[in-house]
Design a protein around this ligand. Structure first.
Ligand SMILES: Nc1ncnc2c1ncn2[C@@H]1O[C@H](COP(=O)(O)OP(=O)(O)OP(=O)(O)O)[C@@H](O)[C@H]1O
Length: 549
């Protein structure tokens, strides 16, 4: 077998170390540290040897709970180098969900900061399966070794030979945010990662030598793979919506950052701060934001900090498949925003190269095989399904979720992933996102879709965000719109209610929404701080209305 058939996402690192050895790969302002590509590659080679010596070798599922730091990068690449399978679970998913993720992922190894080990011991995470523990930092009362010891024990400085992994070999397990239920572990192959890196590079024209400010751990890993210097901001990565904007704008201007990734909540916070303080970010060539729809007003504010022509891109995708589509802020602000505000859905752009996207009839049942008849005509709303190299094949230990989310395509020998999202396609091939399938509100008069309905209410200047939920009998739900008002704006709620009712009556699709409830602060997901937990709001709305009766 020739070497060219091997695909390992970590191969980008030695390649970049060869091409730009002395360029800084990581800048860690908090620790006043930086590592060049050559140093990062050397360190991860050392760690790779140490991992093997400690039993973490090819195929070993290893939970990684390490905050973004030089160690996080070196460790993750080391795990890929040895062919181990990093399991990435958001520590903020909640105790119950975390326990479930551990029992589902059946990890054999655990690498974490002391806080993560304490939680592991306290809650018994993975105690049936974990055999090897590594602590990044000081080890206290728990078992295992430390990363410092692993590094100190390795004397061999020669280049490490990467595990001979192939395209379809499992590279990692990444858990979804669990915004519509229990988080699920998407199985990533090395081929999936390679396709992702290639797509990001091509769609956004990223070049080696650029400087990245990632605020989302997974995206951080793409920086070294793309040859970019990663500036790791001082922030709690599990709470992007509470970030101190000074800790973002400061490093952007200090290090001449050219690209950044941030959840819609982070972009909103930094944009507001920037406008208030007259800040400009002239070195940025692009900003990328995803995870939930980014309101046009948020894009408008953020782009006002950037040089003319520099855009905020909003890729659309999911843990299971990313990127699927992409659109820039210019097209949104100049063209699609009007349609969004009138209830046409949020435009997420066109499918990226290599992605086949279809819109199919809405059903909650499994679909066993692809049939062209499943497709709905252009302009109609259906479920978004995708096929392509960056689409993951299945979930770990979740055959029932595989059943519900994959469609075998005998014609190509491949499959489609059902995004669980609703949307439609226009005559120009642009895709319009209309909300999660599980969030649609089935009323007696037919289904109501969240994003198109909410958009109408969101145009009111006192509204920060809104969420459509249903209360009552399944199939005959009463639609309720929950409203979170802008903070620091003094308003008369009854007047806003009257104005919102007028707005609702002006649009055919919102006319049936007569109940308006004000909520102090919507429950949102922990990873992006932006996905609205409409399931929780539905329960709250039902209780609030019961009490009011
Ligand atoms: N650009 C975007 N615009 C609108 N929504 C987006 C965009 N990007 C992602 N999303 C939403 O985020 C979803 C993917 O989120 P993620 O993979 O983090 O987990 P999740 O699907 O919310 O979790 P779970 O599947 O466990 O409920 C998409 O299916 C879509 O609903």
């Amino acid at each position: 077998m020739s070497e060219t058939q091997f695909v390992n996402i970590a191969a980008h690192l030695p390649e970049m170390a060869r091409r730009q050895p002395d360029t800084r790969a990581i800048i860690f302002p908090r620790g006043k540290r930086s590592l060049t590509f050559s140093e990062l590659n050397g360190l991860s080679d050392k760690i790779a040897r140490g991992l093997i010596a400690n039993g973490i070798c090819s195929g070993v599922r290893t939970v990684l709970m390490v905050t973004p730091s030089p160690e996080f990068f070196a460790l993750t690449f080391a795990l890929f180098k040895v062919g181990a399978v990093p399991v990435l679970i958001d520590p903020g998913l909640g105790i119950k969900n975390l326990k479930q993720c551990f029992s589902e992922a059946e990890p054999h190894a655990f690498i974490g900061i002391p806080k993560a080990h304490i939680a592991r011991k306290l809650f018994g995470w993975g105690k049936e399966t974990i055999r090897t523990c590594v602590t990044v930092g000081p080890r206290l009362f728990w078992e295992g070794t430390t990363l410092a010891k692993i590094i100190a024990e390795q004397q061999d400085d020669s280049p490490f030979t990467l595990a001979p992994t192939q395209k379809d070999d499992v590279a990692a397990i990444l858990f979804t945010s669990g915004s519509t239920g229990i988080p699920k572990g998407a199985i990533y192959s090395h081929g999936n990662f390679s396709a992702q890196v290639k797509a990001l590079k091509e769609v956004y024209g990223i070049e080696p030598g650029e400087i990245d400010l990632p605020t989302f751990p997974l995206f951080a890993l793409f920086a070294p793979a793309l040859g970019m210097t990663a500036v790791i901001p001082e922030m709690d990565f599990t709470r992007p919506g509470s970030v101190d904007p000074r800790k973002i704008v400061g490093p952007i201007n200090e290090y001449g950052v050219t690209t950044m990734f941030g959840s819609p909540a982070l972009i909103n916070r930094v944009g507001r701060y920037g406008v208030e303080h007259g800040i400009k970010l002239p070195t940025l060539r692009r900003a990328i934001s995803a995870g939930a729809p980014v309101p046009a007003s948020v894009l408008e504010r953020f782009t006002s900090l950037l040089n003319p022509g520099v855009q905020v891109f909003t890729p659309y995708g999911a843990t299971e498949a990313l990127p699927v589509c992409s659109i820039g802020s210019t097209e949104i602000l100049e063209e699609t925003r009007k349609i969004t505000d009138a209830g046409g859905g949020v435009c997420v752009g066109r499918p990226v190269e290599g992605i086949r996207l279809e819109i199919i009839q809405i059903t909650d049942n499994p679909i066993y095989g692809w049939d062209d008849e499943l497709r709905v005509p252009t302009g109609k709303i259906g479920e978004i399904v995708v096929q392509g190299e960056q689409v993951t094949r299945g979930y770990y230990n979740r055959p029932e979720s595989d059943h519900l989310s994959k469609i075998i395509d005998p014609a190509t020998g491949s499959f489609f992933h059902r995004m669980g999202d609703l949307g439609g396609r226009d005559e120009d091939g642009r895709v319009w996102f209309c909300g999660r399938k599980s969030h649609r509100v089935e009323t007696e008069g037919g289904p109501l879709y969240t994003i198109p309905c909410e958009a109408v209410f969101n145009t009111h200047p006192a509204v920060f965000r809104s969420a459509l939920v249903g209360v009552g009998e399944p199939g005959a739900l009463t639609p309720v719109i929950c409203i979170e008002l802008e903070k620091n704006v003094k308003v008369d709620q009854e007047q806003v209610r009257t104005e919102l009712k007028t707005l609702a009556e002006e649009h055919i699709h919102t006319r049936s929404i007569e109940t308006i409830l004000f909520h102090p602060a919507f429950p949102v997901d922990i990873r992006h701080n932006a996905k609205i937990f409409r399931e929780k709001l539905a329960v709250w709305a039902a209780e609030t209305l019961k009490c009011a009766r």
